[in-house]
Write a protein that binds this ligand. Sequence first.
Ligand SMILES: Nc1ncnc2c1ncn2[C@@H]1O[C@H](COP(=O)(O)OP(=O)(O)OP(=O)(O)O)[C@@H](O)[C@H]1O
Ligand SMILES: [Mg+2]
Length: 362
Amino acid sequence: MSALVEIRDVTKTFGTFTALDHVTLEINQGEFMTFLGPSGCGKTTCLRLISGFEQPTTGEVFIAGREVSNDPPYKRNVNQVFQSYALFPHLTVRENIAFGLRMKRLPAADIAAKTDWAIGMTSLQGMEDRKPAQLSGGQRQRVALARAIVCEPQVLLLDEPLSALDAKLRTQMRSELKNLQKRLGITFVFVTHDQEEALSMSDRIAVMNKGRVEQIGTAAEIYHHPRTEFVAGFIGETNIVEAEVLERNSGRLRCRLEGGLELWIKGNGSGEGAKILVSVRPEKIRLHRAPPEQPRDNLFEARINSEIFKGAVDDLTIVTTGGLELGALLANEGATGLEFHEGEQVWCSIHPDDISLLTREA
Ligand SMILES: Nc1ncnc2c1ncn2[C@@H]1O[C@H](COP(=O)(O)OP(=O)(O)OP(=O)(O)O)[C@@H](O)[C@H]1O
Ligand SMILES: [Mg+2]
């Protein structure tokens, strides 16, 4: 599959400040791509390079195989939905949606048909004659979407489009937006600093930090196999532990973690004696009352230091014999499940594939 949008080694500076630092990424046709990262990491700047509101300082931007790095927005078949919606307050819903088509001077019958289609797509039937002030936040959001899709852009850019909505509506709009994208088959580039939003909607996520793309992958890849200290810490909960490589053996490394705990982890990039950083998600630490009958990788003893009941899960802190403290999460299975309490001795195991080797922050 060839990329619909390609950002090739782009750096963007504002005066002496580097907002984007050698960013390279490809977005495929029909894909829901999300830029995720903390405030100021360069998400909006990256979006504006695609829309044409910014030009790269160095590097190139391609859309559908054509270089557009210095083309103005109107020469690109993209459309952007802004956080503030930017609706015209004096126009009705229908007039707002039809506005872009009028500017293109399409025949009246075409405008009416396309506008009806966009109204249907965004479930705005019955509200055509209202003004924006007579709509709820979610309905205004849909008008902004309808106005963007009515021009049938190749790429739709959405900059934190849900941030003005309350928590409940936000969650509801997530699935609406995802469904709309599937039905339209349009490529969406979505910006958010909300990891749950990113994980639940995207085909792929580009995690950004300080103007750089740290990792690109599906939600599952990024969650289960974070590659950098930043990604591991930014998405979900995790234990990040320093370790030293003791031995390499066919794609696995034997490592000594803080507190003397020795574990096998998947990986072969580091040699003996290398100081590394590893990440273990709390739910990947398996707990056993007694040593399991089947041999297990990475089996060790620990004590439950604290236990907090959180409904669906038990949130535990365990301490290894050598004094390493780790967070562990245990699904609460009710009457048939295992329960662990403060002070108990337990056996723990971690599959080597469930430990990620991390690159440290520069
Ligand atoms: N026109 C500009 N002039 C100077 N600095 C800018 C300009 N536009 C953006 N920046 C800086 O570039 C950095 C990245 O900005 P950007 O708007 O891309 O961040 P963001 O990831 O979208 O953040 P947020 O989540 O807060 O919207 C910020 O430090 C910002 O201050
Ligand atoms: Mg922004």
